[in-house]
Ligand binder design. Structure first.
Ligand code: AMP
Length: 437
């Protein structure tokens, strides 16, 4: 077959490669930025006492059907689901499996499966990983995207837990210098007060249905609270009653206490009575952080979360309180205001000239790496000019020049590529100096 006939295989639509900076000019797809945000988040989790959990990329479909809800867009339209092979490898006869579209249900599944409540009154878990949804791709919206999230599950539903999570998010955002954001909060009530609100909504919406979109008509039947989420019928939604006016006493007290804890920490927020999570086991606090810059186009949600006190029971676990959030890592990368340092840039480039120098450099590189210094070198024999071009391109702070003369003298030129300063040092002095700074 001639070369031209071989078809190239590319990434699946609305998925993408996250690449080293050297190989992409798309600043939203550079791996060192993902690493940077992950490292800031990990530092926050260390300070706030969260432990990492890694659940499988795929689960039984039923977990999401029950844990996220059949009526949600995610479960009804967006999941990658297939039938596993059955007994004797019969195609399509096995279990229904799904690539995880989110990570809360898997974490709660794991909490129940490993009886975590036996070991601790409050499990504070975090995860970092890819999620999969068959969404219409657009700026800031992908079919494989990355989330960082936390779940706090156990005996306590103290609103101070929620405020502490918001404080941690505030620290992460400030550390990343993502400053143009707003925090919206709301309470979605509980199984005691929400049915009354739903009834009231139904009555208010019914006469307006003819003027509302198809999605709202569908939600009216299946999940009325989600009508408040509609981005199309905003004028009608603005006239609907506010759940804040119908909260029961306990929910009202919980929300007031949450706000008090935020105020005490001087954390800014706005109450948005239209902010909802549309499932029965979501209770009380819901929140969202939006960016006010236009880096993300219409996808302005950076993260969202809330309380889900009924979820464990609905998945067959013990009654447990739960609270968590998920942030969109891809969207965080797009919102980073400035270049971040790339840890893959080597500290030193070894510029060798001639075969003997090459052999020496191979060993010297090993010695440097053993004392913790990152270094790069080339495996071809080149002229000094071309080698120095490579040194420049590597962005290394220092270059060590190793030629025949240097080998005979046992002294090498260390060039600072920023200040252009040059020093002549022995091998031992080189190691000492590079190790130290
Ligand atoms: P959710 O799990 O839908 O509450 O989403 C939590 C966060 O994940 C959102 O605020 C987004 O930042 C991010 N996110 C959700 N879906 C996508 C997607 N398809 N592509 C990129 N980021 C997403």
């Amino acid at each position: 077959m001639s070369k031209q006939q071989v078809k190239q295989i590319r990434t699946v639509k609305h998925t993408r490669d996250i690449l080293p900076r050297d190989f992409t000019s798309d600043t939203s797809a550079q791996s060192h930025k993902f690493q940077y945000i992950e490292s800031v988040a990990r530092e926050a989790f260390r300070r706030y006492g969260f432990q990492e959990i890694r659940t499988p990329i795929f689960e039984y479909t039923e977990l999401f059907a029950r844990g996220v809800g059949e009526e949600t867009d995610i479960v009804s339209k967006e999941m990658y689901t297939w039938r596993d092979l059955g007994a004797n490898n019969t195609p399509g006869a096995g279990d229904s499996l799904t690539l995880r579209p989110e990570n809360t249900a898997p974490v709660i599944r794991s909490y129940i499966q490993h009886q975590m409540w036996q070991q601790s009154d409050l499990a504070k878990l975090f995860y970092i990983g890819p999620q999969f949804r068959r969404e219409r791709g657009q700026k800031g919206r992908f079919r494989q995207f990355y989330q960082i999230g936390v779940e706090i599950i156990g005996k306590s539903d103290n609103p101070a837990i929620e405020a502490e999570v918001i404080e941690m998010l505030d620290w992460i955002l400030k550390e990343l210098k993502i400053l143009n954001t707003t925090l919206s909060i709301n309470s979605v009530g509980c199984p005691k007060c929400r049915p009354q609100f739903n009834e009231m909504l139904k009555k208010e919406i019914e006469p307006r249905l003819v003027n509302m979109c198809g999605d709202c008509n569908h939600r009216y039947e299946t999940n009325i609270l989600r009508v408040l989420d509609c981005k199309r019928d905003t004028e009608i939604v603005a006239q609907l009653p506010s759940i804040q006016d119908l909260l029961c006493e306990e929910c009202r007290a919980h929300f007031a206490e949450f706000c008090r804890h935020l105020d005490k920490r001087k954390l800014k927020y706005q109450v948005d009575p239209k902010l909802v999570r549309g499932l029965d086991y979501y209770t009380r606090t819901a929140f969202e952080v939006l960016t006010t810059s236009d880096d993300l186009g219409s996808q302005n949600a950076l993260l969202g979360g809330g309380r889900y006190d009924g979820l464990s029971e609905s998945l067959g676990g013990p009654p447990s309180k739960g609270f968590g959030f998920a942030l969109g890592l891809d969207r965080f990368v797009m919102s980073l205001p400035e270049e971040v340092s790339d840890p893959s840039i080597p500290k030193v480039f070894l510029a060798h000239l001639g075969k003997e120098a090459f052999e020496f450099s191979l060993i010297l590189a090993g010695c440097l790496r053993k004392v913790g210094v990152s270094c790069a070198m080339d495996f071809e024999m080149r002229s000094l000019k071309n080698t120095m071009k490579l040194a420049d391109r590597s962005k290394a702070r220092y270059t060590i020049i190793i030629g025949e003369e240097e080998l005979t003298k046992g002294r090498f030129v260390l060039r600072d590529m920023v200040t252009r300063e040059q020093l002549e040092l022995t091998e031992a002095e080189l190691l000492e100096k590079l190790k130290a700074n």
